[in-house]
Design a protein around this ligand. Structure first.
Ligand code: SF4
Length: 484
C-alpha cells in the first residue's frame, strides 16, 4: 500500500509487466495522434472498419478495434460505462487514467504540513477551499505545490497561449559553484521549514526548463536534498534534445511524478514522436496546445488576451479554467533572487496571470531567504482574523441574511452559517465591510454577545477561508510584467 504520491506513482509502473507498460504506451500514442493530428483522424474515419492499418502506419502496435470507446464516434457513448468491458484495451487505459487521477489527489495531500509549518498549512488549506469554490470541477487539477523555482528570467518560447505571459528571455541561472551553493542551501531551507511538503516543489513557472542548459543538475540536487525528482513541464522538448534525454533518464531512475510536454502544433507532435518512442514517453503527458488539436487552454495570460481579442469571452462552463497557476506558497526567481508569496485566482484585469501576489522580497543568501519566507508567513498567515484590519467576506461571495443564520454563495458552493450571536448581526457587520475585527467584536459584545463566542465564530469563518484577505493593492499592477 503506497503512502506517498511518489510511492503510489512508482507502483503504477511497478505492478505492471513490461508488456503491459508497452501496451499502455502504444494506446497513449494512438490517443496522442488521434487528438493532435487531423490527418490521422481523417485516415481513421475513412478506415473505420480497418483502423489498425492506419495505426500501423504510425508505428502503433495495438489494435484500435480493442478500444473503440476511446475514439470511435459510434462507441464514445460507452466511454467509462459498464459496456466498456467488451473492449479490453479501453479497460486497460481507463484503469491507468483512474490511477493517475488518484495520484493527482495524493499530490495535493503531499503539500500538507500541519506539523512542520502549521500556519502555512492552514493558509494553504484556506486557499484550496477558496479555489474549490471559484474553479468548480477544474479545481481538482490544481495540486497547490508549496514552492516553485524559476531558473531563468523570462522565456524564449513566446507561445501565443502562454497562461503566464512569460516576459522576454533575459538569461538563465548558471550552475556555477557559488550559485549552486545558494541553490542547494535554499532547497535545504525549504526542506527544513516545510518538511516533506517541500517535495511538491518544481523548477519552472513563467520560464521553460529547457532555457537553462544546467537544468538537470539543479533537478538532481533537488532530488538529493528532498528525495523527490520534481516534475518537468516544457513547451520546448526538442530545443536541447540532449538535455531533454538527460531529464528523461533521471525520470527513468527515480520516477516520482509524470512530466509534461506542451505540444504547439501537429508538426511538433510528429517531431516529438519521431524523436521518442512510445515507451520513452510513457512518463510524459503530451499537453496538446496547438490550434485544431482536441484540448482546451486555460483562459489566462496571453491565451486570455487572444480569446478576448477574437471576441470569444465565454470560456467558463462547468468548471472555471481561468488559470494555469497552481502554487499556493512561494515562487522564487533565482536570477533575480526574488521570492513572492502567491496563490491561484481566476485571471482578471487586476490579476491577469491567474495568480495573486501577496508579497515579494529579495535575498542574497540561504539565511536571508529563510528570514524573508518566515517574515511573510508571520505577516500573511494569521491564525485568527487580524484585529486591526478591515473584516469582510471574500469578494466572490454573495451574502444573504436569514432569520437565524446567513448564507454565503460562491459560484460552486453555498455555505450556511448559523451565526446571529447578537441582535446586531455579525453577518451584516462583516458584509457591510466598515469594521475592523476589533470594532466588530466590541459592537456585538456591547450588544450582549459573549466575546469568546464571537471570536470563535470569526475564527471559524477565517479557517474556512470565507473572509477576504486580499486587502493589499501593492502588487496588483505589477502582475502585467509577467509568464509556462
Ligand atoms: S513559459 Fe511556457 S508557455 Fe509561456 S512562453 Fe515560455 S514555453 Fe511558452
Amino acid at each position: 500500500m503506497a503512502h506517498t504520491a511518489k510511492e503510489h506513482y512508482r507502483q503504477i509502473f511497478d505492478r505492471r509487466t513490461p508488456g503491459e507498460i508497452r501496451t499502455l504506451a502504444h494506446i497513449k500514442r494512438f490517443l496522442e495522434c488521434f487528438r493532435g493530428d487531423t490527418a490521422f483522424r481523417i485516415a481513421l474515419s475513412i478506415n473505420l472498419n480497418n483502423p489498425h492499418t492506419v495505426a500501423a502506419l504510425y508505428g502503433i502496435e495495438v489494435d484500435p478495434m480493442e478500444m473503440l470507446p476511446l475514439w470511435h464516434p459510434d462507441y464514445r457513448k460507452f466511454y467509462g460505462k459498464p459496456e466498456c468491458s467488451s473492449w479490453p484495451l479501453a479497460v486497460t487505459w481507463l484503469d491507468y487514467i483512474a490511477e493517475m487521477e488518484r495520484n493527482r489527489d495524493l499530490l495535493r495531500d503531499e503539500g500538507n504540513m500541519p506539523v512542520a509549518a502549521p500556519r502555512f498549512h492552514a493558509w494553504r488549506e484556506r486557499q484550496i477551499s477558496r479555489c474549490d469554490d471559484l474553479f468548480g470541477d477544474c479545481a481538482k487539477s490544481i495540486t497547490h505545490p508549496v514552492i516553485a523555482f524559476e531558473l531563468s528570467e523570462g522565456c524564449t518560447g513566446g507561445c501565443w497561449f502562454c497562461g503566464l505571459s512569460a516576459g522576454q528571455f533575459k538569461g538563465y541561472y548558471e550552475y556555477s559553484e557559488e550559485q549552486a551553493d545558494l541553490w542547494r542551501g535554499m532547497v535545504g531551507v525549504t526542506r527544513e521549514m516545510f518538511g516533506s511538503a517541500a517535495s511538491t516543489g518544481f523548477c519552472y513557472n513563467a520560464t521553460d526548463p529547457m532555457d537553462n542548459p544546467d537544468y538537470d543538475r539543479f533537478l538532481f540536487d533537488f532530488y538529493q536534498i528532498t528525495g523527490t525528482l520534481p516534475q518537468t513541464t516544457t513547451a520546448m522538448p526538442l530545443k536541447n534534445l540532449a538535455l531533454t534525454k538527460r531529464v528523461l533518464k533521471l525520470f527513468e531512475h527515480y520516477r516520482c511524478v509524470t512530466n509534461r510536454f506542451s505540444v504547439l502544433s501537429t508538426d511538433q507532435l510528429n517531431q516529438i514522436h519521431a524523436a521518442f518512442s512510445p515507451e520513452d514517453l510513457m512518463g510524459v503527458e503530451l499537453v496538446l496546445q496547438g490550434k485544431g488539436m482536441l484540448s482546451s487552454k486555460a483562459f489566462a495570460g496571453r491565451a486570455r488576451n487572444e480569446i478576448l481579442k477574437n471576441g470569444d469571452a465565454t470560456p467558463l462552463s462547468k468548471g472555471d479554467h481561468s488559470t494555469i497557476a497552481c502554487v499556493s506558497g512561494f515562487l522564487i526567481n533565482m536570477p533575480r533572487r526574488r521570492v513572492q508569496l502567491i496563490t491561484p485566482i481566476p485571471a482578471s484585469k487586476r490579476w491577469p496571470l491567474g495568480y495573486r501576489i501577496l508579497d515579494e522580497r529579495f535575498f542574497g543568501t540561504p539565511d536571508e531567504f529563510q528570514d524573508e519566507v518566515q517574515s511573510m508567513i508571520d505577516e500573511h498567515m494569521h491564525e485568527s482574523p487580524p484585529s486591526n484590519r478591515p473584516i469582510r467576506f471574500r469578494g466572490d461571495l454573495l451574502y444573504e441574511a436569514k432569520r437565524h443564520h446567513f448564507l454565503l454563495r460562491s459560484c460552486h458552493w453555498e455555505y450556511q452559517v448559523p451565526y446571529n450571536a447578537a441582535s446586531i448581526s455579525v453577518g451584516d457587520l462583516i458584509a457591510g465591510g466598515n469594521c475592523t475585527t476589533s470594532d466588530l467584536v466590541a459592537r456585538v459584545v456591547t450588544d450582549g454577545a459573549s466575546a469568546i463566542a464571537v471570536a470563535d465564530g470569526l475564527d471559524q469563518l477565517h479557517m474556512k477561508g470565507l473572509l477576504e484577505d486580499d486587502l493589499d493593492e501593492r502588487f496588483a499592477w505589477r502582475s502585467s510584467e509577467g509568464g509556462t
